[in-house]
Design a protein around this ligand. Structure first.
Ligand code: FAD
Length: 482
């Protein structure tokens, strides 16, 4: 009964979280709603544009802004009742939290330039550089000091990535251009676990590496492709500490929602929220985009900016290449949980690690509070119901004995039909077989997504890269056509 009550309380909180996404950027969201109503009225069935952009995540927002600012009459169609896609700023008990994409870094040039452009600030996640580390290794809990444990982890990750006797540096010599060298192809069939099994790492070190691999692919390391680790290694300057800072330390002070709103505010595009697209037809130099409600809009070009994992839900006529559909059906591996757990204990700047199949592969302090600690936690798919406070408490106690969970908050990205997953991590062979295909233009239909970005694929930065590059290509196409 108590469990059921807790569940109801959470569901209520979950509902508030959705509304709360607006609270994080109340002004902007109210403005968007008004904008949406006004613009909806002005978009009659059959309306014609230069470009229709499908999806208002960062890839679609960037494309719509850049296209419209370069004079293309642009319509942005978004399935959900909000913009931002796999980012989702909200509040928990007075604190800003991010349910989706969160951390950025100055080495991620696309997002960094947007943050500067719109005058946004940066804050740090304290637990990303912890004072205490808990490691669950073969069922034993170890309390470690990061200054002793992290050099071992760094050294082990260096060995893990050193497939060329040069620290892995020859596999992706240009991190922003994954196909610059084909050296990766030798390793593309390997899973993260295959590579781990090639090394003889000692128990604790193996557990730390296993935990990193599970959070990186957000799944069972047997599912995640090894070459994506080599790609991240290159993006992280071939060094664990630097990579970790780039992945999990700095976030936008005002929230990702503020950046999304600022970009939308600059766009001259028409926007329709709550407008899922069901089909795209093309012929005679025009495209017809039809929504699930049966409305149709026409354009000279389309930018399809939906996640790889949901592309297959849209009907195309003529159909898109089989390889695109196959990649979408297989999906990338990112599909686990990310949630916040408010615990009663004050644990300081703490981090916990445990390898797959433990229910929490990594967790750290996101905020120290007067009434306890707010932890951010990551779990592999199917191992933990993040809505179930008792299950979360039991899982956390493996890392923090006696932890008392006061509340949890997360979003089920894998269950959402418009994302069907979290961040992109390719499966074995997807870089060889799917990456170029997912990017390939089909007639006047262009594809933009963080999931097929060249540099920080799977990141906000990659979404902006892809949106900007695609907008440029579409402008060229439209000019060539004019
Ligand atoms: C839990 C989690 C944690 C993450 N952590 C980080 C992080 O710390 N740092 C980082 O940089 N990145 C992180 N990411 C990844 C990052 O958020 C994404 O890579 C990026 O935001 C994706 O942008 P996108 O525009 O390519 O796709 P999306 O944001 O998914 O946008 C696609 C849009 O298309 C819409 N759509 C889908 N289908 C249709 C349809 N049929 N019709 C109309 N619209 C449709 C969707 O509703 C969505 O708005 C995280 C993601 C998640 C989920």
């Amino acid at each position: 009964m108590e469990k059921e009550n807790k569940r109801r309380r959470f569901l209520k909180a979950g509902g508030l979280a959705v509304a709360g996404a607006g609270l994080a950027s109340r002004k902007a969201t109210a403005g968007e709603a008004a904008l949406d109503a006004a613009r909806s009225a002005q978009v009659p069935d059959g309306a014609e544009y230069d470009v229709i952009v499908i999806g208002a995540g960062f890839a679609g927002l960037t494309a719509a802004r850049d296209l419209s600012l370069r004079g293309a009459r642009t319509l942005l169609l978004e399935a959900r009742n909000r913009i931002g896609g796999r980012t989702f700023s909200t509040r928990y008990a007075g604190h800003k939290i991010e349910l989706g994409g969160t951390w950025i870094h100055w080495s991620q040039g696309y997002v960094w330039s947007e943050v500067n452009r719109y005058g946004l600030g940066i804050v740090e996640s304290p637990g990303a550089s912890p004072d205490d580390l808990a490691l669950l290794s073969d069922g034993r809990l170890r309390k470690l000091k990061p200054e002793a444990a992290f050099p071992r982890l760094s050294e082990a990750m260096g060995r893990y990535c050193d497939v060329d006797g040069k620290g892995g540096s020859t596999i992706f010599p240009r991190a922003q251009d994954p196909l610059f060298s084909n050296a990766f192809m030798r390793f593309d069939r390997l899973s993260l676990q295959d590579r781990l099994d090639q090394l003889r790492l000692k128990d604790d070190t193996r557990a730390m590496v296993g935990s990193m691999l599970a959070i990186n692919c957000h799944n069972d390391p047997r599912q995640g492709g090894f070459v994506d680790m080599l790609k991240w290694w290159s993006l992280g300057d071939f060094e664990m500490g630097r990579l970790f800072d780039k992945l999990s330390r700095y976030k936008i002070a005002e929230g990702t929602g503020a950046l999304a709103s600022a970009m939308l505010g600059d766009a001259k595009a028409d926007l329709l929220l709550s407008t899922p697209v069901s089909s795209v037809g093309r012929g005679g130099g025009m495209a017809v985009v039809t929504t699930t409600e049966g409305k149709s809009f026409k354009a000279r070009a389309v930018v399809c900016a939906v996640p790889m994992n949901v592309l297959d839900a849209i009907a195309f006529s003529p159909d898109i290449a089989n390889a695109k559909r196959a990649a979408s059906r297989a999906g990338h591996t990112g599909n686990g949980g990310k949630f916040y757990a408010h615990i009663k204990q004050k644990v300081g700047n703490w981090m916990g690690m445990s390898p797959f199949p433990n229910p929490i592969t990594m967790a750290w302090t996101e905020r120290q509070r007067d009434d306890g600690t707010l932890l951010v936690c990551f779990s592999p798919p199917g191992k933990l119901d993040q809505n179930d406070e008792e299950a979360v408490q039991a899982a956390l106690r493996g890392l923090l004995p006696g932890a008392e969970v006061l509340a949890t908050m997360g979003y089920q990205w894998g269950a959402d039909p418009y994302s069907k997953g979290t961040w992109c991590w390719y499966r074995p062979n997807q870089l060889s077989h799917s990456f170029a295909e997912l990017r390939r233009i089909e007639g006047n239909v262009f594809f933009a997504s963080a999931d097929s970005a060249k540099g920080w694929r799977g990141f906000i930065d990659g979404a902006i890269e892809s949106g900007a590059e695609t907008a440029h290509e579409v402008i060229g196409y439209l000019r060539g056509k004019a």
